[in-house]
Design a protein around this ligand. Structure first.
Ligand SMILES: [Zn+2]
Ligand SMILES: [Zn+2]
Length: 323
């Protein structure tokens, strides 16, 4: 094959990868939902998608230097298991935590609310739920960037200097719970049925893997509908003017509505991260937002010198009030 037909084939592949992985993953998720153990089979689909994305990150990286280990892989996986798989950590399977929560809470909430338009075809209900959940995700994410009180938890997600599929679940537990609450509670209050929750969780899980991947994809018009890796790289920019944009997670609707959509006509940045410093270990990262010194490090301020050992430390409440 000639060089130009080679490059044409790669170009076509770059255009096909996002829709193939996204819609392929959702088709497989649909099959999982029909199976006897839907959550188990969804986890199989999720982990297979991770493996496919990881393979293409090696074959077709967006930024070659992001293939180098940064010492954070264990921490990324540990945060993923804690936040996404909270209710099934023992099974060591991530991503379906929100599904399991919905499986237990939805039958109760559905008894009290009949507002949900369950007479509509399921795909229409899923799109409606996605738009409602996305508004909660948008609000939680924007608050996390614009309010220092919440940034202390969200900074962990932005602290990495390389983007790849394994960063997807790197969220502080409190950051994740805040997001799940704002995006799912409206659906519970409206009485949405369980299949709708499962589909919204599946779409968010697969889209999340793609937004963080280090693959040189071409997403073109998809950038105006879905949150693509290109859009999310702007969000991870070290430059806060660029980073405080593109807050949506699945569809870009609310960024468009509220004016935070950012997609300039140039390659998306590779200088990503925060100016502050994140604690080195998993437990240190979990506890960092709760100490004054930890918060100062996260914000990039010079921490105050530690008090002498003989002097009693100020109570935690006092420290929080000074923040
Ligand atoms: Zn963010
Ligand atoms: Zn991200």
């Amino acid at each position: 094959m000639s060089q130009s037909s080679d490059s044409n084939a790669i170009r076509v592949l770059q255009y096909l990868l996002w829709p193939a992985i996204f819609f392929g993953g959702l088709t497989a998720a649909g099959m999982a939902f029909e199976a006897a153990h839907p959550v188990f089979w969804f986890n199989v689909v999720y982990l297979t998608t991770v493996a496919i994305i990881a393979l293409f990150e090696r074959l077709l990286p967006y930024e070659t230097s992001w293939l180098e280990p940064d010492g954070e892989t264990f921490n990324n996986l540990a945060h993923t298991l804690l936040t996404k798989g909270l209710v099934q950590v023992a099974a060591s399977l991530a991503a379906s935590g929100p599904m399991l929560i919905a499986a237990h809470v939805q039958p109760i909430s559905a008894r009290f609310s009949t507002l949900w338009p369950d007479f509509l075809p399921l795909p229409v209900q899923v799109v409606l739920a996605l738009i409602i959940a996305e508004l909660g995700l948008y609000a939680a994410h924007r608050i996390a960037h614009e309010r220092l009180y919440f940034w202390r938890f969200h900074a962990l997600h932005h602290s990495v200097t390389r983007l790849w599929v394994i960063n997807t679940g790197r969220f502080h537990l409190f950051d994740s719970l805040f997001k799940i609450a704002l995006s799912q509670i409206p659906l519970y209050l409206l009485g949405a049925p369980l299949p709708v929750f499962l589909w919204v969780a599946a779409i968010t899980a697969i889209a999340g893997l793609l937004t963080h991947c280090n693959i040189a994809m071409r997403t073109g018009l998809l950038d105006y509908i879905f949150v693509t890796p290109r859009l999310h790289r702007w969000h991870h920019s070290r430059n806060r003017r660029e980073g405080n944009t593109n807050y949506c997670e699945n569809i870009v609707l609310w960024d468009q509505v509220f004016g935070s959509y950012h997609n300039p006509d140039r390659p998306s940045p590779v200088d990503i991260g925060i100016n502050g410093r994140v604690a080195p270990g998993f437990l240190g990262q979990l506890l960092q937002p709760f100490s004054r010194r930890g918060r100062q490090e996260l914000m990039g301020r010079k921490p105050a010198p530690l008090p002498p050992v003989t002097q009693a430390a100020a109570p935690v409440e006092d420290q929080a009030a000074q923040m």
